[in-house]
Design a protein around this ligand. Structure first.
Ligand code: XMP
Length: 511
C-alpha cells in the first residue's frame, strides 16, 4: 500500500482517490503517524498544507523514517518541507501563486514524467517559494515563474513537485501519479471489487465466528452494502434494525424494507414516528432538530438492540471519507451530522466496520459485485434527519406529507426523464430533493380564487464528495413539467423555485 501523510491540505483526500483509481490500496494518515515496520508499505506521498514551513505551528514529520528506505513523493508543502529540512531554502513571498502554469522544461527520461507532453499544464497553489534545493538534489522541471517546479534526489528515491498532480487542472496529473505509484513504487494494482469481497468475507468469517452482530440500516448505499457483505459472511447471525423516524421520503420505509427482504436480510423495521414528532413539536432551530433526532434515534435503536441479548458486535457502514473528516486536523463543524449514535455502553459491543477503507464509488462497485439492485446502489445520499432539515420552521405530520408529495413528483420525474445519452436525469445529479418553505407564504391564483400558500424550492447538485457542489443545470422543459405537476397536485403549495446556489458559499441542505 501507499501511505499518504496528511499535512492538512484540502486536497489530501483527492490524492487518496487518485491512488485508488490506480487500483492501489492507500491509507491517509496524520503527518506524524507514519507506520513503522509495516512491510506492506511500498511508497509515501507527502500532502500540501495550509501552513508555511516557517510558521511556528507548522506540521513536521520525521523524514528519516522513510526517506532512503521507500520511494517518496512530496507535493506542494511536502516538497517545501523536504527542501527546507534537507538544507534547501523556502522563502516567504507576499503574493500567493495560484492557478494554471505550464512546464516549460522538464527532464526528459525522468520516470516521473514518462508520457508527459511538452508544455504540460499544471496547477499551482502556494504562498512560499522554494529558492534552493538540498545539495544532493537537482531540478527536474520549471515553469515560467517557478524554477523549482519539481526536483529529485540523486542519492535517494525521492521526488518533489511544487504543483498539485491530484487536481483536475493538472492535465497530466493522473499520469504523474501512475508513474510514481505503478512504475516507481511497483504497485501491482490488485485492488478490485471482487478481490475486496473475497478477502473481506473471509476476514469477517474469521473475525466474527459464530457471534451475533447488530447493524443499523438507513436505506443508504453504505449501510446496505455493509449488510449484504455481512450477510454473505455470517448469514442469519446478522440482525439489521431499520428505524423509521417519520421523515423519510414518501413510501420509502416500505420500499426499502421490501428491497432488504428481497436481498435475504434479516431486518427488524421499527415505526418510531410518534416519538420523533412529539419531541420535535415547536422546534424550529436546525441544529436543535438534528440534536433531537440524533438523541431519539440512539434511544430507539438501543432499546431494540438490547433485546438481542447475545449480540457481541455492532456493525456500521462507516466509509473512509467519514473517518478522514473526523480525523481532519484543521476541520471545522458547520453542521453536525448524525448518522450513527453512540454504542449502548452496557452492552459491551465491539465495533465492526468492513467498509472503513473504501471511498463512495468503491462502495458502489462492491455493491454491483454483490449483485445488489442498481436502484439501491445508485440512490442519492439522503441526510440522516431526513425531511426534517428540508422543512423550514417547525415540523408537523401535515407539513411532512406535503413535502413528501412534492418530493415524490420531483424524484419520479428525475428517474423517468431520459437524457440524450440514454441515461436517466436522476443518475446525472449527485443529490436532489424538494424543500418546503413553510415559514413563507405567497399569493397565487387558481381558477378564480386567490391562494395564499407555501413555496417549494427544488434543489439538485452535482458533486463528487459533497464537500463542494454546483447546482445542476436541469433542462427547462423538465423544470416546467415538475413545477406544473407539483402546483396542480400538491395541496398547500402554489409556487415552485429552483435553487441556483453552489457550495460554498451555500450548503446542499437548506438547514
Ligand atoms: P451540507 O448541507 O452540509 O450537506 O452541504 C452535505 C451532505 O451531507 C448531508 N447532510 C447530512 N447527513 N446528517 C446526515 O447524515 C445530517 O444532519 C446532514 N446534514 C446534511 C447532505 O444531505 C449532503 O449529502
Amino acid at each position: 500500500k501507499i501511505i499518504i501523510l496528511d499535512f492538512g491540505s484540502q486536497t489530501t483526500q483527492l490524492i487518496g482517490r487518485r491512488v485508488r483509481e490506480l487500483d492501489t490500496f492507500c491509507e491517509v494518515l496524520p503527518y506524524n503517524k507514519f507506520p513503522k515496520d509495516d512491510p506492506s508499505v511500498i511508497g509515501v506521498i507527502l500532502s500540501g498544507s495550509p501552513y508555511s514551513v516557517h510558521d511556528p505551528e507548522a506540521f513536521k514529520a520525521d523524514l528519516s523514517q522513510f526517506v532512503g528506505r521507500l520511494p517518496v513523493l512530496g507535493i506542494c508543502y511536502g516538497a517545501q518541507f523536504i527542501a527546507n529540512s534537507g538544507g534547501g531554502k523556502v522563502e516567504k513571498t507576499d503574493t500567493r501563486e495560484y492557478g494554471r502554469a505550464h512546464l516549460q522544461w522538464f527532464e526528459a527520461g525522468n520516470p516521473l514524467f514518462k508520457g508527459f507532453d511538452a508544455n504540460s499544464q499544471v496547477w499551482m497553489s502556494h504562498g512560499d517559494t522554494i529558492t534552493a534545493i538540498p545539495s544532493d538534489c537537482r531540478v527536474i522541471a520549471s515553469t515560467g515563474s517557478v524554477k523549482y517546479a519539481a526536483y529529485a534526489s540523486d542519492t535517494n528515491p525521492l521526488w518533489a513537485v511544487q504543483f498539485h498532480p491530484e487536481v483536475f487542472h493538472t492535465t497530466q496529473g493522473k499520469q504523474l501519479l501512475r508513474n510514481f505509484v505503478v512504475d516507481i513504487c511497483g504497485s501491482r494494482q490488485e485492488w478490485s471489487p471482487a478481490s475486496f469481497v473475497e478477502t473481506t468475507v473471509a476476514e469477517l468469517k474469521e473475525q466474527l465466528g459464530n457471534d451475533r452482530v447488530i447493524l443499523g440500516l438507513s436505506g443508504g448505499v453504505d449501510s446496505s452494502v455493509c449488510a449484504v457483505l455481512l450477510n454473505k459472511a455470517i448469514g442469519h447471525n446478522l440482525t439489521c434494525i431499520f428505524v423509521d423516524h417519520g421523515m423519510l421520503r414518501k413510501n420509502e420505509f416500505n420500499k426499502v424494507m421490501d428491497a432488504y427482504q428481497g436481498l435475504g436480510l434479516n431486518v427488524i423495521g421499527i415505526d418510531a414516528s410518534e416519538k420523533f414528532f412529539a419531541d420535535l413539536a415547536g422546534v424550529t432551530d436546525p441544529e436543535q432538530k438534528r440534536k433531537i433526532i440524533g438523541r431519539d434515534f440512539v434511544e430507539v435503536f438501543n432499546a431494540e438492540a438490547k433485546k438481542i441479548t447475545d449480540a457481541k458486535w455492532l456493525a456500521q457502514g462507516t466509509i473512509y471519507p467519514d473517518r478522514i473528516e473526523s480525523l481532519s486536523i484543521t476541520g471545522m463543524v458547520i453542521k453536525s451530522h448524525h448518522n450513527v449514535g453512540g454504542l449502548p455502553k452496557d452492552m459491551h459491543l465491539k465495533l465492526c466496520e468492513p467498509l472503513k477503507w473504501l471511498f463512495k464509488d468503491e462502495v458502489r462497485r462492491v455493491g454491483y459485485e454483490l449483485g445488489m439492485p442498481e436502484r439501491l446502489i445508485k440512490r442519492h445520499p439522503f441526510p440522516g434527519p431526513g425531511l426534517a432539515v428540508r422543512i423550514l420552521g417547525d415540523i408537523t405530520r401535515e407539513r411532512v406529507s406535503i413535502l413528501q408529495e412534492a418530493d415524490d413528483i420531483y424524484l419520479n420525474n428525475l428517474v423517468s426523464y431520459i437524457c440524450e445519452d440514454g441515461e436517466p436525469l436522476y443518475d446525472k445529479v449527485w443529490q436532489a430533493g424538494a424543500v418546503l418553505l413553510s415559514n413563507i407564504r405567497s399569493v397565487g391564483v387558481m381558477g378564480d380564487e386567490r391562494t395564499y400558500e407555501h413555496p417549494v424550492a427544488l434543489r439538485a447538485v452535482t458533486s463528487t464528495d459533497a464537500m463542494t457542489a454546483d447546482w445542476a443545470r436541469l433542462p427547462y422543459d423538465f423544470l416546467a413539467k415538475v413545477s406544473n405537476e407539483i402546483i396542480n397536485k400538491v395541496k398547500g403549495v402554489n409556487r415552485v423555485c429552483y435553487d441556483i446556489s453552489s457550495k460554498p458559499p451555500s450548503t446542499i441542505e437548506w438547514e
